[in-house]
Write a protein that binds this ligand. Sequence first.
Ligand code: PLP
Length: 466
Amino acid sequence: MSRRAWAEPWKIKMVEHLRMTTPEERRRAIAEAGYNPFLLPSRLVYIDLLTDSGTSAMSDVQWAGLMRGDEAYAGSENYYRLERAVREHYGYKHLIPTHQGRGAEHLLSQLCIREGQVVPGNMYFTTTKLHQELAGGKFVDVIVDEAHDPENEHPFKGNVDLAKMQKLIDDVGPERIAYLSLETNVNMAGGQPCSLENIRATCALCRAHGVPVFLDATRALENCYFIQQREPGYRDKTLSQILREICDQTDGCTFSAKKDALVNIGGFLAINDDTLATRARNLVVVYEGLHTYGGMAGRDMEALAIGIEESVSWAHQHARIGQVEYLGRKLLEAGVPIVRPIGSHGVFLNAAAFLPHVPRDQFPAQSLAAALYVDSGVRGMERGAVSAGRSKETSQSLYPELELVRLTIPRRVYTQAHMDVVIESVAELHRHRERVVGLQMTYEPEFLRFFQARFEPVTGDRVLRD
Ligand SMILES: *Cc1c(COP(=O)(O)O)cnc(C)c1O
């Protein structure tokens, strides 16, 4: 089948220089960072695939929008512009801006979870789950089993398993379920989408039992692109139409503007219920800021409103996801084990299969991420046992089935040649994988340990032997 290239629907107007480093510099830097890429100074990173969060390149229109910032404390013009954009594309009635996604998660968790309730979700997300627990809730995973199998080619691995959800309702009773936390394009599963058919059925089941559904809409548009490509009946719909079909099923959403929406900071909580919105506006002033800015500057809200409009463009998502697919396909051709199907926001290396000689308690994904940095200055991040942390009940380390290194692609930032550098480095490491040494943890923070944990090689003083 002949394929047209997915070339970007933009050209480059300004460049930011990158600093090249030597292997010796990188060996020293990763040791000083405790073998945790989160602790590396970015000036020592060549290609930064740590995250797609807040790392997008803004357009000239967004940069121009910054100049239109109305920095009034109350009732900023940019707030109303953002409210219009959210109402038009996401469809929710009330907008409560927050400084970023976890600010919205905090508000929602505090408002809707009572001590002892359970919060089902289609796979956990780190900050989401922590806020649910801090509010007294317990996360229960109701994602389909396929999501835990990195080899399974199911086109909608983000789907909720309706039988698991029904069983939870039967077991604990709907009144003990705070709400369903439904994530579009499930991050921890490798950027895997939900189908609209599944979203509809899941929301209908919840509605029938009076269980509210709140969307984590952080990557909803990337999910919409997959629906448009893969689900029968959506080829002729716009991404914006598909987005409304999703959001209209739900009671509200939390949103990190740092992903889909092409800005460097921001987020919001959006809800339909008037009473809940009033309560949220009461709480937002305690933790974030006044209800018309919630921790964002006026100019940030303007850039976000424009970013939302740019993010619903099919050509944009086609190129964004096309670039991720290019990276993934080339790695598959090189025989590198990655999560399939290739996700939307990054390529996830299956570190457990990549490094069979490194046992799970020596953190294969953390070791591989550190070794990749030493090899080429490419920074990825661990999504495995370090990220999963410990059980709330037993304090034992959790070992999730997925032990991954995430190579996350910032939007509109790197070129295809950058992707080629990444491909060469990962393929080379894979050919000589026995050179990678396991790690042990030497410092473990209490919360979200993956951000600041420190490690050292289990033998010798190198994570990548010569
Ligand atoms: C990034 C992210 C969040 C948290 O948002 P922040 O803006 O980083 O606080 C929540 N959910 C998902 C799925 C995310 O990817």
